[in-house]
Design a protein. Structure first.
Length: 236
């Protein structure tokens, strides 16, 4: 099931997009759980996490292009498909990493092509980003930005490149399961490291790209050495 956010100020247009999504889902054996927001302000105050966003550009107040720029500050990976009356915005769409651009009236064929690309992008991003529940809502953090994650009791601390650590309630075991296909390795009972961010392995420690030294527990040492060697050796 794909959690889909439709941002459209006209209810009739929103229903039309929802109907097209339902039609596509039936033809391709997938399901879209659609949430409708009628303005960019409603979208930005929504604390949910979505897999896909269909975003109208011409809306009162904050327009869709401006909203997309703000959306990218906390979710770098969600596929955005713009819907608008004016094709002149197409070039600007690339500035915020838009996946598709559809001119109204939206046809099934036009939306289908964009959805094909969107589902491929979602599949490619699986395990490549982490949804972190914070007090301000869910923040989607690309895995490439995470150096390592450690747990204390039931609190996870995400150490992120060029940022202050991000704390959230969670389970390291569950996070490890979510990232089963990603290049991460458990260095100890309380720490999960991104192998792309390991700069050195020596004795019972790994040094990360930010200079932090993580101690490898005795029970995880063989796994860490074997997994890191295999990964850095190119057998990913």
């Amino acid at each position: 099931m794909y959690r889909t956010l439709v941002v459209e100020d006209e209810a009739q247009e929103a229903r039309h997009l929802t109907d097209l999504l339902t039609r596509y889902g039936k033809q391709h054996g997938v399901e879209f759980k659609v949430t409708w927001r009628s303005s960019a302000m409603e979208m930005l105050s929504d604390k949910g996490h979505y897999d896909l966003c269909l975003l109208d550009i011409e809306m009162p107040g904050i327009n869709g292009m401006e909203a997309a720029g703000l959306l990218r500050t906390y979710d770098e990976t969600i596929p955005i498909i713009f819907v608008t009356n004016l094709a002149k915005y197409a070039v600007k769409g690339y500035e915020v990493g838009a996946l598709g651009f559809i001119v109204k009236p939206v046809s099934y064929g036009g939306l289908s092509l964009s959805l094909d690309r969107a589902l491929r992008a979602i599949g490619a991003n699986a395990g490549r980003s982490v949804a972190v529940p914070t007090e301000d809502g869910v923040r989607v953090v690309p895995l490439r930005s995470i150096i390592y994650v450690e747990v204390t009791k039931h609190r996870l601390t995400y150490h992120i490149e060029n940022e202050e650590p991000l704390e959230a309630r969670g389970s390291l075991v569950q996070l490890e399961e979510e990232l089963a296909e990603a290049p991460v390795v458990r260095v100890s009972k309380s720490c999960l490291a991104n192998m792309d961010k390991i700069s050195l392995v020596r004795n019972a420690e790994v040094q990360m790209t930010n200079g932090d030294l993580l101690r490898i527990s005795r029970t995880h040492k063989k796994e860490v050495v074997d997994k890191v060697t295999d990964y850095l050796g190119g057998r990913r």
